[in-house]
Write a protein that binds this ligand. Structure first.
Ligand SMILES: [Zn+2]
Length: 181
């Protein structure tokens, strides 16, 4: 958390420095303080574990103020029911403000696993106009194994038993609370 605050302060400092001499009003949209190196590590891990084609495109990740209150983030695909849905991972800005940064990264890993499961079910074909998503993910032993493995990947970097414990709990809770997803 301390490092997180420091990073945000640093961002603020840099932006003030850059615009110190500017006479125009600027509204900035700095990227959220998420360590994308770690997210990419989880992406590579999940691809390998699932035997995904190596050149498969990663999901677009976007800040989304319309994520329902009960959710922190979610993965979207166009389906028969909602054909206009873009393929993306939406993350609620409040999630970044309120959750531990490693939990946010692991959460993105969870969504990346949804993304890969959905693609696997659809022949890894990202050109499809609608996707068939019938398989339930949260209680699938393979989904649990990969998302637990992601917690371990992050532990290998930060060695936080506490945070890893929380991630393991989330694996159990996802299945218990949202078995239909
Ligand atoms: Zn999920």
């Amino acid at each position: 958390m301390l490092i997180n605050r420091f990073y945000m302060l640093l961002l603020l400092f840099v932006s003030q420095y850059v615009f110190a001499g500017s006479q125009i009003l600027v509204i900035e949209n700095p990227p959220p303080p998420i360590d994308l190196t770690l997210v990419n590590r989880l992406w590579e891990y999940a691809k390998k574990e699932m035997g995904a084609p190596n050149n498969i495109a990663p999901p677009k990740i976007t800040l989304d103020w319309n994520v329902p209150k009960y959710a922190r983030m979610g993965t979207q695909f166009p389906t028969i029911e909602i054909p206009d849905m873009p393929i993306q991972i939406s993350i609620a800005p409040r999630t970044i403000d309120s959750e531990d940064r490693l939990i946010v990264i692991w959460g993105l890993g969870h969504e990346i696993t949804h993304y890969l499961f959905a693609l696997q079910e659809n022949g890894w074909d990202l050109t499809l106009k609608v996707f068939s998503i019938k398989r339930r993910h949260h209680c699938d032993p393979e989904f649990k194994r990969i998302t637990r493995g992601m917690a371990q990947e992050l532990w290998n970097v930060y060695h936080s038993d506490d945070i890893r414990g929380k991630m393991f709990e989330e694996v159990i809770r996802s299945c218990a609370n949202f078995p239909q997803q």
